[in-house]
Design a protein around this ligand. Structure first.
Ligand code: CUA
Length: 330
């Protein structure tokens, strides 16, 4: 190879490595880092992305260079010069990837150990996935909620399971994801670091309304968290709080509760519409029946088998009557 060719390749290599490095350090693909584990995960991700970007640009850059520089010229019809291998290059391109993979393995184990190092647990939350809603149970106080409340700066142990099919609890801002598997409890440790509200998604295709199986994690100060634990018990006989806490608003619109869900029928004018359908049932009975057995009266244009059918177990008889009375007046 001529010295000029070697220098050209070297120059291209340096430019591409610099470009790859710049891309890797400047691209912000991730949401907020709202938990301790996010820092370890992101650091590892950025490092691996950096290596991958450099290798990608190097390989593609040299490929493009070779295609242009060594293309067949007009009038050339013979074979290229035979090549009998190059021991030095073969050793280098075996050794470097081996070292990179070993380094990734060691770094990953270290990051995993740091993430899973469990300090004394402060909060235990049982997470139940079911088609198509999440429920969070605080076993110490017996609270149940469709939103995950966590105190900032404290490690929470999430005990995740499912009552039907496999779901997956995913909190992108925490870099935390774990499957919810029926008959099995999977643990996930998270230590939120920034007060705020972050989305929770189901990350496992679990049925017709998989995409609607969303919730939020509310990270708050310890005082607010404890106040919430007290508050839920105190006012859970308020129909709007029941409507919100049991996740009805994800699918049903009810302006008084700030709910705009459109998966199921709106609650606006519901009583009048029930009466108009002339099914021979009292409005209250229709509503009660529809909450307990959601697949009996399916309104045209809305899907069946979407609303959970276990509200009979989750609502107290008193809560059910309060909710029915409230909705019957809409
Ligand atoms: Cu639950 Cu997807």
């Amino acid at each position: 190879m001529k010295i000029k060719t070697v220098l050209t390749i070297l120059l291209i290599t340096i430019i591409l490595i610099a470009l790859g490095y710049l891309v890797a350090v400047n691209v912000h693909l991730m949401p907020e880092q709202a938990a301790t584990r996010a820092i370890a995960v992101d650091r590892l991700f950025q490092q691996i992305l950096g290596i991958a970007a450099v290798i990608f640009l190097l390989v593609e850059g040299l490929l493009i260079y070779a295609v242009i520089r060594f293309r067949r010229k007009a009038g050339e019809s013979g074979d290229g010069e035979p090549i009998h291998g190059n021991l030095a290059i073969e050793i280098v391109w075996t050794l470097i990837p081996t070292l990179i993979v070993v380094w990734i393995a060691i770094s990953s184990v270290q990051a995993l150990n740091a993430i899973e190092a469990a300090p004394a647990d402060s909060v235990v939350v049982e997470v139940i996935g079911r088609q198509f809603a999440w429920e969070f149970v605080y076993p110490e106080s017996g609270h149940r909620s469709t939103e995950l409340h966590l105190p900032v700066g404290q490690t929470a142990r999430l005990e995740i399971t499912s009552e039907d099919v496999i779901h997956s609890l995913w909190i992108p801002d925490f870099r935390a994801k774990r499957d919810a598997t029926p008959g099995q409890i999977s643990e996930l440790l998270v230590t939120p670091t920034v007060i705020g509200v972050y989305p929770i998604r189901c990350a496992e295709l679990c049925g017709a309304a998989h995409a609607a199986m969303n919730s939020v994690v509310i990270v708050e100060s310890l005082e607010d968290f404890e106040a919430w634990l007290g508050k839920v018990r105190e006012i859970s006989l308020d129909p709007l709080v029941i409507f919100t806490d049991y996740g009805c608003g994800a699918c049903h619109a009810l302006p008084a509760a700030g709910a705009t869900g459109a998966v199921g029928p709106s609650m606006v004018g519901i009583a009048e519409r029930i009466a108009q359908r002339q099914l021979g049932v009292v409005v209250e009975d229709y509503l009660r029946h529809s909450i307990l057995n959601p697949n009996v009266y399916i309104v045209e244009g809305f899907p069946a088998q979407v609303m959970p059918s276990n509200f009979g177990e989750r609502l107290t008889a008193e809560q059910l009557e309060i909710l029915v009375a409230y909705l019957a007046a809409q």
